[in-house]
Design a protein around this ligand. Structure first.
Ligand code: MRU
Length: 350
């Protein structure tokens, strides 16, 4: 079996991102040397997917720390705060970004008495640890979720919640991978996921190179495949989950959840605990990124709409928890009532 792809890698103090904007035509790693470049890489979606964005931001902080390690402590602190701000402004919805930045902020605060050179080393080590943990968490989540998938299932997924959306292995696709690795003969239907086509370009690419059967459908076909009983399970990822179990994920997820419910098909969300925003009461509080209209009006750079006509382009939607059958995490499978079950996952406050 082909090794799962490396979404990002750390080479001699330099961050290299697999440029997902040119997949599947080209496999190119782009070197990044500063927090500012890293923020641009996230904003322009060279890297995307909630956990991958979090890990990338952690390395953005490591780049800033490395560049500032020769400064006096006060100047070092200022540079790190600036880097955190720039990275935090890159994309608003995936909470993993803010989770990673807060984790770095805590580390710096708790060790504020150390010299900048030692802190820089520590921040680099922490970023590498976040990357290692992410892969480990995905593998555990995959094993937990694989139990929900039966031999012979056709599984529908939306967007890309795979190795490419994480440091490796994937969340929703981690569940699919684990079921496949356990010998279950499953196949995948990937929604193409307009406007950026993460399903058609990325999910199809990473599954097919590992020999996992996958077919791409137009987003508009998902309801029909669910109604005809072809799809047995839906598994998607998440960008942010509120404390009541409402799920923000790629635009179009809500429609899939509605069609799944109408046809009694289980709708599963696979996400690490770092995707849960315990401070939010409901999905209504989740900030939804609005991206440039040209992603809709000019797919592939070619005009689709009449001149002068613009588009609305929310990047995510919220699926109310009542449509979610279960949330698959590294800590186990969470079922209704979600508020209580999610509260039990909250890490101890420090
Ligand atoms: O805009 P994107 O490509 O970053 O959106 C990604 C998604 O919506 C994924 O489903 C989500 O981040 C889960 S990734 C494991």
């Amino acid at each position: 079996m082909a090794k799962t792809v490396e979404t990002l890698r750390w080479r001699k103090g330099r961050l290299e991102l697999l440029d997902q904007t040119v997949l599947p035509e080209k496999v190119v790693y782009r070197p990044l040397t500063s927090a500012r470049e890293t923020a641009a890489g996230i904003r322009d979606m060279l890297v995307r997917g909630a956990p991958a964005i979090g890990v990338t931001a952690a390395f953005g902080m490591a780049l800033a720390a490395g560049q500032s390690s020769g400064l006096k402590p006060a100047a070092f602190r200022r540079e790190m705060a600036r880097a955190g701000k720039v990275l935090a402004a890159s994309r608003p919805t995936a909470v993993n970004l803010f989770w990673a930045l807060e984790r770095m902020g805590r580390l710096l605060e708790e060790n504020a008495d150390l010299p900048p050179a030692d802190l820089a080393k520590m921040v680099e080590e922490e970023a590498l640890e976040i990357l290692r943990e992410d892969i480990e968490i995905n593998r555990t989540m995959g094993r937990n979720g694989a139990a929900l998938i039966d031999d012979g299932d056709v599984v529908l997924t939306h967007c890309n919640a795979g190795a490419l959306a994480t440091a490796g292995y994937g969340t929703a696709l981690g569940v699919i991978r684990a079921a496949w690795e356990a010998g279950k003969k499953i196949s995948v239907i990937a929604d193409e996921t307009r406007p950026r086509c993460q399903g058609a370009r990325l999910t199809a690419w990473e599954l097919s190179r590992e020999g996992i059967p996958v077919s791409v459908i137009a987003d508009t076909a998902a309801g029909s495949f669910l109604r005809r009983g072809i799809v047995k399970k839906v598994v998607v990822g998440a960008d942010r989950i509120a404390s009541n179990g409402d799920v923000a994920n790629k635009i179009g997820t809500y429609q899939v959840a509605l069609a799944a419910r109408a046809n009694n098909v289980p709708f599963y969300v696979a996400a690490p605990v770092s995707t849960i925003d315990f401070d939010l009461k409901s999905g209504d509080e989740i900030p939804i990124e609005e991206r440039h209209p040209s992603e809709v009006t000019h797919p592939g750079g070619r005009r689709l709409t009449p001149p002068g006509v613009t588009a609305l382009n929310p990047a995510f939607d919220v699926t109310p928890s009542k449509y979610v059958t279960a949330i698959i995490t590294e800590k186990g499978i969470v079922r209704k009532p979600f508020r209580r079950a999610i509260a039990q996952l909250r890490p101890p406050r420090r």
